[in-house]
Design a protein around this ligand. Structure first.
Ligand code: ZN
Length: 583
């Protein structure tokens, strides 16, 4: 009975919003020119609720324009874990979960080399625009094609595809393997860089941009609140609650405004460039760089659709340091609204928003600071890594070295690496990796060993769930259990570990980072998904969606093949059935 009432309420609301869509439908001609530009805007670590909590503080041309003129899905969730930057950015333009994009984390263990690698590590390419001997990056670990790749295939390479961000992975992954270029900010030199994966030399306009030292002009800049302090007190509370702890910060900082950006240096240098990451100012640099890219690469200037992906990273750095309910996150959010307005106005003046398909999303959300959640009685807390590994190691010894032999033959059953003189077990993305050689040497049954590890892990207070490699490989999971489904969608056999752990809500297996994300819970998965442009009926949509739906929906609108592993849904509820592209 209650269910029926709920359903009819949903139906009534859908009908109401469909009629809003109908009004919009009559304003657009059915046959339109092919879009000249696809503009993907990403804000790193941007929860859906930021759109609602600060809505009345936004200007008319930023987030409000996206919500007003675009189709906005209010129930859009990532359907994978871990919810990190690289998996999110690897999903939005491929339409593929990490299980198929292969981008299972920001970093993982490469079993072939025994090394910890990033999602974009590539030793075969060189850095351009920074110190040539510093590590470079490429999309070679991305296993699925992107919307940009498919557009390039469809146009005999005439489509131009460019990705930009402060973070390498956030520039590289949405653009794809056959992109023309990706550019990111190098915190060692304060310049925009790329790699020889794309070309042998930076375009002149990028070198000119760098010669003007775009980062250095922020040296000593004071980050103040954009709006009167009362607004911040009302919505975010005190500027220095006790859970806002900057003592572990990588660069010296205060937990109150103003934040003076020097990195503790007397002149621009590496620590300053890192400190700049933790301010809103890199978002300003990124907008300037995007404008230069549009002009100098003539994006959206001919009949073949180009792609520009812009991912703002400052929000993630600030969110990690101060938490989602801080005055700092509130301020960077309001400033990002202004950044997006500037970018959209610029695209309107150079390409025309009528000729542009805009998609807006985020790569993940973020959890409240555990101490904040604890103070509110929500059960927040931190699970020490040493406690987890200690319990597991003891259980392994008890089972496989029952007579306490020394040296303990089971000491190397978990895969380890050397850090200085000490050996540490691999534990990354809440994945534990087994040492198959050692298990084989001693004739240990891997399935039984998995259960020993899982039982021990589950005995640690705060560990909610565990999944074994064998269980995930067999698909012995329930698709109706969202946590199991998200674990399965985040598992790529050649790269993932042997046991995947999930902590309880508001709990981290992390001791030094103030706030973070990565869980399968809604604070990390619920993000905006907005698509704006010809063929799309504006309005709020209550249907379930995920950022994995962006790529197949853009592909449907562009009339091209969807990316190779696109498993998302075409968001048909917002698409005009009569929309045609003029030939
Ligand atoms: Zn991120």
């Amino acid at each position: 009975m209650r269910r029926r009432t709920f359903l009819s309420a949903v139906l009534t609301i859908s009908v109401f919003f469909s009629s809003v869509g109908f009004a919009q439908r009559r304003t657009q001609p059915a046959v339109q020119k092919r879009p000249k530009l696809v503009l993907l805007i990403v804000v790193d670590q941007f929860r859906y609720d930021y759109l609602e909590r600060f809505e009345d503080l936004f200007g008319p041309n930023g987030f409000k324009r996206l919500v007003r003129d675009g189709a906005s899905w209010t129930q859009s969730n990532y359907d994978h874990m871990p919810t990190y930057t690289a998996p999110g950015h690897g999903t939005m333009m491929t339409g593929a979960y990490p299980a198929e994009s292969g981008i299972i984390g920001n970093e993982w263990l490469d079993r072939a080399t025994g090394k910890r690698i990033t999602s974009v590590t590539d030793d075969s390419v060189k850095l351009l625009g920074g110190n040539p001997t510093d590590p470079a990056a490429s999309p070679s670990r991305l296993m699925a094609s992107t919307v940009g790749d498919e557009l390039r295939l469809a146009t005999n390479d005439r489509a131009k595809v460019i990705g930009i961000s402060v973070k390498d992975r956030s520039a590289i992954l949405p653009a794809g393997r056959h992109a023309n270029a990706a550019y990111w900010f190098n915190w060692l030199t304060g310049t925009m860089v790329s790699s020889t994966y794309y070309f042998n030399q930076l375009p002149a306009w990028v070198t000119n941009f760098n010669n003007a030292k775009p980062a250095d002009k922020y040296f000593g800049a004071k980050w103040e609140r954009l709006l009167p302090q009362d607004e911040y007190l009302k919505r975010a509370g005190s500027d220095n609650p006790k859970w806002e702890d900057v003592s572990n910060a990588w660069t010296p900082d205060t937990n109150t405004f103003p934040h003076t950006i020097t990195g503790g240096l007397t002149a621009p240098g590496q620590k300053f460039y890192t400190a700049l990451d933790y301010s809103p100012f890199t978002n300003d640099i990124l907008v300037s760089f995007a404008q230069e890219a549009i002009v100098n690469e003539q994006l959206g200037q001919d009949d073949d659709t180009d792609v520009l992906t812009v991912s703002f990273s400052a929000n993630d750095y600030v969110g990690h340091r101060f938490g989602p309910y801080s005055q700092e996150v509130m301020d960077v959010t309001i400033r990002t609204d202004r950044n997006i307005a500037t970018l959209l106005d610029f695209v309107d003046s150079k390409v025309g928003l009528a000729n542009t398909l805009v998609a807006f999303t985020a790569d993940h959300g973020v959890s409240p600071i555990p101490e904040h959640a604890a103070a509110l009685g929500l059960g927040g807390g931190r699970i020490p890594f040493a406690t987890v590994m200690g319990k597991i190691q003891t259980a392994i010894s008890t089972r496989y070295n029952p007579h306490g032999k020394t040296p303990d033959p089971s000491a190397d059953y978990l895969l380890r690496f050397q850090e200085g003189t000490a050996w540490r077990e691999w534990f990354i993305n809440n994945n534990i990796y087994f040492n198959y050689d050692a298990l084989k040497r001693d004739g240990v049954d891997v399935e039984e060993f998995s259960q020993v590890v899982i039982r021990a892990a589950l005995s640690v207070p705060g560990i909610a769930r565990c999944f074994s490699r064998l269980q995930l490989l067999r698909g012995a999971t329930s698709v109706t259990d969202p946590i199991e489904r998200r674990a399965l969608h985040g598992f790529y056999p050649a790269r993932s570990g042997d046991v995947v752990m999930v902590a309880e809500p508001y709990k981290y297996i992390a001791e030094t980072i103030t706030a973070t994300h990565g869980s399968p819970y809604s604070y990390d998965t619920h993000v905006p998904t907005i698509i704006m442009g010809a063929g799309v009926n504006a309005g709020r949509y209550l249907e379930a969606a995920t950022p994995a739906d962006i790529a197949p929906t853009l592909s449907a609108l562009l009339r091209i093949t969807a990316p190779t592993n696109s498993t998302g849904r075409v968001l048909i509820e917002a698409l005009r059935q009569d929309y045609k592209i003029a030939r």
